[in-house]
Write a protein of this length. Structure first.
Length: 525
């Protein structure tokens, strides 16, 4: 196959616009519709757009220029959304970090992206008020080839990687997703915004522009959260900001607000199904559930079908390096699709299964590394030219995930080439945790693995060899785990620790992780 033949055949139109055009178009289409609801606070689309343009003007007045990086360190809130669109409308780049980020890790991340300003929880409210006191910019300054997001991919210790996600990548991915979820196409409205046009007759499960309601569960510093926020606002949905995830409260909000669609991870859905409040609420308003981060377990998939009888369950797959989404289960497909599949590629997206060793495509049905190509593939890693050259090749992204494609074109994830594990939809990397463990004076050697857990996906489990002079005890275990926990965000904590005399080695002299996994399966836990 020639390079020209391998290019995705474009079937959708991708407007040449910045991400800020999403809000501009929605404000023009539904100015009086509630865009954000947080407790007793409400902002209409018109109010949100005007305030964001005021913040953009304030940022420009403070010296923020095109391409500058402004960081947001806030929970999901009205302030976050205003800041996000204000930064983009100012022509700057957003990098969002967890509010729980330890100070030393935060400093490294801000230095990595060269942030010129940090909007943080607490102080952000007064600063946003100050910025919003300016007259609004007449129009947003986002440009298709500008960097919209510098999106961190995972660990907060060691050397964090920021992905350069362009405005056209975000807009492109959103165009692809709403084509599948809402049966609409996206066009430039001629006035600096984006408009929606029907793509065909929708099913009862498709989202309806200007009518939807969702609850933002995934944090906005994560791709699952921020890109789905953009999608919901493009579709004119009301986004309910409910604070920290609580299953009973979320189920109550579904009934109270008539929620039409939810997006989350398998861990979230597992928690909903285990909640005693599941049967206490009317969930019939929900017409679509989307899930990412890992494949849903068969029992969870069956439980969701039973609890949300009117909803379509659309599993998907994506990663920061592809903006967010690469595949999803199409609306109207066989509702009994096999558990473990993450759907088919989005429009104008190609996937190939290639040999991890040679990069040559595997035979049909073979297992190998998943490569992807399409308008959502990002621009590479920020300030990491060698890493970019390794992962982004001739328009293709090598994802590092192992998968196979069945005869219907559905992608089935098998595992990961590297030892990354996924906890509640978050990427957790063993190596930084191993370094933290080894920094403890009682630890001579450490290995971290992912152990399957039906409630969260995988949990980080450590095997350690103690240094001479130390003896295993509950107190020592707690001290070692505590030393790691103090340096990481909660989802990165090591959940179990096992003391061993020696770590098994492979013939090449490397730690034999397979042997350790076998011990986990045999009940060492």
């Amino acid at each position: 196959m020639s390079a020209e033949d391998s290019r995705p055949r474009t079937t959708l139109e991708y407007p040449a616009a910045g991400v800020d055009a999403i809000l501009a178009g929605a404000a023009r289409a539904w100015p009086d519709r509630v865009a954000l609801r947080e407790g007793d606070r409400e902002l209409t689309y018109g109010m949100l757009h005007e305030r964001s343009l005021r913040v953009a003007a304030g940022l420009r007045a403070r010296g923020v220029t095109d391409g500058d990086v402004v960081a947001i360190r806030m929970p999901n809130s009205v302030e976050f959304v205003v800041a996000y669109f204000g930064i983009l409308a100012a022509g700057a780049t957003v990098t969002a970090v967890s509010p729980a980020q330890p100070e030393d890790a935060l400093a490294r991340m801000l230095a990595e992206v060269g942030a010129s300003l940090l909007l943080t929880d607490g102080a952000a409210g007064s600063l946003l008020d100050e910025l919003a006191a300016h007259d609004p910019l007449p129009q947003g300054r986002g440009r298709p080839d500008g960097v919209a997001h510098l999106q961190f991919t995972g660990g907060t210790t060691g050397h964090p990687k920021a992905v350069r996600v362009l405005h056209r990548n975000v807009v492109g991915n959103i165009v692809q997703v709403v084509d599948r979820r809402a049966a609409v196409r996206v066009r430039a409205d001629g006035a600096g915004g984006l408009a929606l046009v029907p793509a065909g007759p929708p099913t009862p499960h498709h989202l309806r522009p200007g009518e939807g309601v969702t609850v933002a569960v995934a944090p906005f510093f994560h791709v699952l959260g921020i890109v789905n926020l953009d999608i919901s606002l493009l579709l004119g949905a009301t986004v309910v900001l409910g604070g920290r995830f609580d299953p009973a409260r979320l189920l109550a909000e579904v009934e109270r607000f008539g929620v039409t669609h939810l997006n989350g991870t398998p861990a979230m859905y597992h928690a909903l199904l285990r909640s005693p409040a599941l049967r206490a609420h009317d969930l019939s308003s929900v017409r679509q559930l989307t899930s990412g981060g890992a494949a849903l377990a068969p029992a969870v998939l069956d439980g969701l079908r039973e609890a949300f009888t009117g909803a379509w369950i659309a599993e998907g797959y994506g990663l920061s390096e592809a903006t967010s989404a690469v595949t999803s289960v199409p609306i109207g497909a066989d509702r009994r699709h096999a558990a473990g599949t993450v759907g088919i590629p989005l429009a104008d997206t190609l996937v190939e299964i290639r040999s991890p060793e040679t990069g040559i495509p595997e035979p049909p049905g073979g297992t190998g590394e998943l490569w992807a190509r399409g308008p959502q593939i990002a621009d590479g890693y920020h300030r990491e030219p060698e890493l970019t050259a390794d992962h982004f090749r001739d328009g293709w992204l090598r994802t590092g995930d192992l998968a196979h494609v069945d005869d219907r074109g559905y992608v089935h994830l098998v595992g990961r080439l590297k030892e990354m594990l996924i906890y509640k939809g978050y990427n957790v990397y063993p190596r930084p945790l191993e370094e933290l463990l080894s920094a403890h004076p009682a630890v001579a050697e450490a290995v971290v693995l992912g152990a399957p857990d039906p409630s969260v996906g995988e949990i980080p489990v450590a095997f350690v060899v103690l240094a001479p002079g130390f003896r295993s005890s509950r107190a020592l275990t707690d001290d070692i785990l505590g030393s790691v926990a103090r340096s990481v965000v909660s989802y990165q904590k090591v959940r179990e620790l096992h003391v061993v005399d020696v770590l098994p080695l492979s013939p090449a002299g490397k730690v034999d992780r397979r042997a350790l996994r076998d011990r986990l399966r045999e009940g060492v836990r």
